[in-house]
Design a protein around this ligand. Structure first.
Ligand code: KET
Length: 404
């Protein structure tokens, strides 16, 4: 029966992380998967989430099914977090939000919805993007293309351009050529894998392009709070909604609340009015019903409890700020160690990029060498997860990088 089934070559991120777990070398360093580790190399349990969990367990009752769209308190807390309590799009009821199985679940429900209701549309993702974006949208039957994004630099240009920036002009030029109703996937902050984000002014310049070309933006907000702060990282979503654009946004709590395995996320669709939002919500529910029927209870209630209680919310903001600041400190430490090892080379990109990731420019064979000779794990694209560095391993990581 199954003779025709070919072996799965593995996922570029998750399978690599599994290989890391099996690696017997004691000095191994995991800079592959997008997980925040603390300075002791552990995945933290946030105190705000621990307190919320105690409350959720104390109050837990019969475990009926949640509605297809998820828990009402979670869904409204998500809208407030993303857009702000007083945002006109929230108060007018023109956002359809579902609780999803991680933001991955939300991204895929959105992709299935697009395949059904925008059958003539193709998807455009940044070059490069998170490996799974292409897989998910293609998995929904959509055609996926790329727009220019990361600037690999040009030593021969005058003045020479260092690697590590954004090629905004080329990005906009490509978006201007797309047919109406094309889906444009954008990282709302902390771009994965490059760490290169649009500035607020660039977001503002993008809005008229999206509007004039009648493009449908699909934001991925997986790292809210890891860039410049909870509110600042939501700026793009708020600006697009305020400009009256319709948009999708999938957001994650995996990283911001360190609840990876609880699979907490949401998909929100900002519509022109409440009537549209009602219809969109209905069709999202149908998409969920045909897929996994309804989301799980527990993780969503942890999130809703943290966001709904002013004391826990304050505590969470502090804990998230500490994670953000530790990543910044590790960017600085790695930068300084690399400069000390290779004077004259420019590692400024490590300081300007935001979020968990930086793009090193290492080739796949260099990444393989790092892993084989030094037990330092990066994704083969050359993506380095800064959040895997700590005061105990950053010098060794820098040494290995310098020798590769
Ligand atoms: N979007 C982006 C941009 C992203 O980096 C991830 C996870 C997700 C969505 C999915 O997160 P979820 O837990 O489903 O809400 N990225 C890391 C882990 C992974 O690949 O699944 C990573 O890039 O390493």
């Amino acid at each position: 029966m199954f003779e025709h089934i070919e072996p799965y070559p593995g996922d570029p991120i998750l399978s690599l992380n599994e290989d890391f777990q099996k690696d017997p070398r004691a000095h191994k360093i995991n800079l592959s998967i997008g997980i925040y580790f603390d300075d002791a190399g552990r995945i933290p349990v946030l105190e705000s989430v621990r307190s919320a969990e105690a409350r959720v367990l104390a109050a837990s009752g019969p475990k009926s099914y949640l509605p297809m769209e998820g828990a009402a308190n979670f869904r409204s807390a998500v809208q407030t977090l993303l857009f702000g309590a007083g945002h006109e799009a929230v108060t007018s009821g023109r956002i359809a939000t579902i609780q999803s199985v991680g933001s991955s679940g939300g991204l895929k429900v959105g992709a299935d919805f697009i395949a059904r209701f925008f059958p003539g549309s193709q998807v455009w993702v940044s070059d490069p993007t998170w490996d799974n974006h292409r897989a998910m949208f293609e998995g929904a039957g959509l055609t996926v293309n790329t727009y220019p994004y990361y600037d690999a630099g040009d030593a021969r240009a005058s003045p020479p351009r260092p690697a590590g920036g954004l090629n905004f002009d080329a990005m906009v030029a490509t978006l201007r050529t797309l047919p109406p109703k094309s889906i444009v996937l954008l990282h709302a902050c902390c771009h994965n894998p490059t760490g290169v984000d649009l500035t607020p002014a660039q977001w503002d310049a993008l809005i008229p392009v999206l509007r004039e070309r009648e493009l449908l933006p699909y934001l991925d907000l997986a790292y809210q709070g890891f860039g410049d702060g909870i509110e600042a990282d939501a700026r793009a979503a708020r600006a697009l909604a305020s400009a009256g654009l319709s948009l999708f946004i999938a957001n994650s709590f995996s990283k911001s609340m360190s609840v990876y395995g609880e699979r907490c996320g949401a998909l929100s669709v900002v519509c022109a009015d409440a009537q549209q939002a009602d219809n969109v919500l209905g069709q999202l529910k149908f998409t969920v019903r045909r897929n996994y029927s309804s989301p799980p209870i527990h993780g969503g209630q942890l999130v809703a409890t943290v966001l709904g209680d002013p004391t826990l919310r304050d505590q969470w903001e502090g804990e998230l700020a500490a994670m953000r600041e530790r990543i910044l400190a590790m960017r600085r430490a790695l930068h300084d160690a690399l400069v000390a090892n290779s004077p004259g080379r420019d590692f400024g990109y490590l300081l300007s990029q935001r979020g968990m990731f930086s793009y090193t420019g290492l080739t796949p064979s260099q990444v393989d060498r790092l892993r084989e000779q030094h037990a330092v794990y990066l994704v083969r694209s050359g993506r380095l997860c800064v959040a895997g560095l700590n005061s105990g391993n950053v010098q060794a990581a820098a040494q290995a990088l310098s020798e590769t």
